[in-house]
Design a protein around this ligand. Structure first.
Ligand SMILES: Nc1ncnc2c1ncn2[C@@H]1O[C@H](COP(=O)(O)OP(=O)(O)OP(=O)(O)O)[C@@H](O)[C@H]1O
Ligand SMILES: [Mg+2]
Length: 224
């Protein structure tokens, strides 16, 4: 089935979910050790094939894939364990800029240059926008566009990420922010669940506000 979340939603009760969370946590944790060994062995082997270009290329690919595996595990662990927030006064422009840089994405941030500061955890909020921008990039495709907008509503700062894609599939709208809900071949369905978790820990909200031309996600955070 395309929606792995179905399995989860059938299992009633928070108790099952927390057992599931513990299982994921221990698997994720255990996987970090072998990945660490692979990483250091890779480094040693790379030093021994310096004159073999093809071998170097393949070793680089292995290194890249180890990086991806590490990132997935990090997301999983972040999902289930609430790291304490390391808060400071933040300029959302900087947060968005570092999220876009992480994705090697060029997107205009002019519209949010003058927003007031928020109080938050810079790296966790970066993760929020990395996930929203990543989804938007995927949805918009190479020919599409992504727009970032900002507004001040009373004491709240609203930040919108909008794209020109097909919009969120009707079949998953109700469960969009639940873990393991995905329509992507290679997706795990953790992005938006993580976004919601982090935003709510900042006493904020996340909403999907569909547009005719595609999806629009709005993060609202209290102003510092
Ligand atoms: N901007 C968007 N446009 C259209 N659909 C979207 C958009 N953002 C999210 N979705 C839908 O919501 C689903 C869940 O998104 P989420 O980020 O949680 O997981 P994922 O992107 O599938 O996988 P992961 O983020 O774990 O790699 C996606 O599979 C997609 O169907
Ligand atoms: Mg995603």
């Amino acid at each position: 089935t395309p929606f792995r979340g179905d399995l989860l939603s059938q299992q009633a009760g928070a108790e099952r979910l927390s057992t599931f969370g513990q299982l994921i946590g221990s698997i994720g944790h255990e996987l970090r050790n072998p990945l660490g060994v692979m990483e250091s062995s890779l480094y040693i082997v790379k030093g021994r094939v310096v004159d073999d270009e093809r071998a170097q290329k393949h070793l680089d690919r292995i290194g890249e894939q180890i990086g991806i595996a590490n990132a997935i595990i990090k997301d999983l662990l972040d999902m289930i364990r609430d790291r304490p927030l390391a808060t400071s006064r933040l300029c959302l422009l900087d947060v968005l800029q570092s999220a876009a840089n992480q994705l090697h994405l060029a997107v205009s941030l002019e519209a949010i240059a003058d927003l007031p500061e928020v109080e938050g955890d810079a790296s966790q909020l970066r993760q929020v926008f990395v996930n929203l921008l990543d989804n938007a990039t995927h949805a918009a495709g190479p020919e599409g566009w992504i727009r970032v907008e900002g507004a001040v509503e009373d004491g709240v700062i609203a930040l919108a990420v909008e794209d020109s894609g097909k919009g969120v599939d009707e079949s998953i709208r109700r469960r969009l922010f639940e873990p393991l809900v995905t329509t992507k071949q290679k997706g795990i369905g953790l992005g938006l669940a993580l976004v919601k978790r982090i935003v709510e820990r900042h006493r904020g909200t996340i909403a999907h506000e569909p547009r005719d031309h595609g999806a629009r996600f709005v993060v609202r955070l209290p102003r510092a």
